[in-house]
Write a new protein. Structure first.
Length: 300
């Protein structure tokens, strides 16, 4: 019996050491990142020093050109938008960034289905983006808000935290920086048939809406100026009620909401879009110039 218990103890110790070693190896790989999602997380967590932080979904990543914002506002900018994700990863990334450096301005691209509606992807995509940082106090409570009751136990394992991240971390360590500071311009233009837009139903996800309010309230508490923006849609403005929950929060906290869904010169212009919801590089540059002027006029 004693030999059996000794073997079990040795096995558990070996498993724990292996798990710890895996965590250290992944941490080193993340620190070596030069591009992609891995670099963005590491940059925000450890090295963020820019004046402007851009957050949001793929519409943030594709629509806001840091070079244009920097030239127009005279402030450095990093675009931390993330494909297929919304408020969950954005709130965590905001906390990681402001812990080390207080930006002069935070811009948040509002996407209702990602930020406060039930329609849209589940939480798994956003949680996958930040799982490697779930042990960080700045991230942990946001992460656990959208997880089940067993997740704290799973997070004890470094292998679980890093599950499925090996190829992503390797890729981001090997690929060179793109020089766009997180911005991912989309080439091309809209083709007939690509302009179809399916408006989401107004069904509130209370967890997402609460997380959006948390981001707004924490920005106010940290005295970090925050703008919520809605970039152009090819078909122009959606139903008025779709933005009502965000408008109510912004009114309550005194945060500007710049609704540019029907922006003249961009909405309806096929050269400025690649599909009904995403701007082309041409559209993103033109739109970023408009945002510069809106911020200047609002702050003057």
């Amino acid at each position: 019996m004693k030999k059996y218990l000794l073997k079990v103890a040795l096995f558990l110790a070996l498993a724990a050491l292996t798990d710890l070693a895996a965590g250290l190896a992944f941490a080193g790989l993340r620190r070596a990142a030069r591009s992609g999602q891995t670099f963005t997380n590491e940059y925000l967590s450890r090295r963020f020093r820019d004046d402007i932080l851009m957050l949001g979904s793929s519409r943030a990543k594709h629509h806001y050109a840091p070079a244009v914002l920097e030239e127009g506002l005279g402030l450095s900018c990093y675009n931390a938008g993330e494909m297929g994700c919304g408020i969950v990863q954005a709130c965590a990334r905001f906390r990681m960034a402001v812990r080390n450096h207080k930006p002069q301005l935070v811009l948040y691209e509002l996407t209702p289905q990602y930020d406060y509606l039930q329609e849209g992807p589940d939480y798994s995509a956003s949680l996958g983006v930040i799982r490697q940082y779930a042990g960080d106090p700045a991230v942990r409570d946001v992460y656990l808000t959208f997880s089940d009751k067993l997740e704290p136990l799973r997070l004890l394992s470094q292998m679980y935290r890093n599950n499925s991240k090996l190829m992503v971390n390797l890729r981001d360590a090997l690929l060179p920086p793109d020089g766009n500071k997180g911005f991912a311009p989309l080439p091309g233009h809209l083709h007939p048939g690509d302009e179809v837009y399916h408006e989401p139903q107004l069904r509130i996800d209370s967890l997402k809406l609460g997380c959006l309010e948390r981001l707004i309230s924490e920005a106010k508490a940290a005295d970090v100026p925050l703008y919520l923006l809605v970039s152009p849609l090819y078909n122009g403005a959606p139903s008025p009620g779709l933005l009502a929950p965000a408008r109510e929060l912004c009114a309550r906290y005194g945060v500007p909401l710049l609704d540019n869904t029907a922006l003249e010169g961009i909405a309806g212009n096929p050269d400025c879009f690649v599909d009904a919801e995403h701007l082309s590089e041409t559209g993103a540059v033109a739109y970023s110039k408009v945002v510069v002027e809106q911020i200047k006029n609002h702050d003057s």
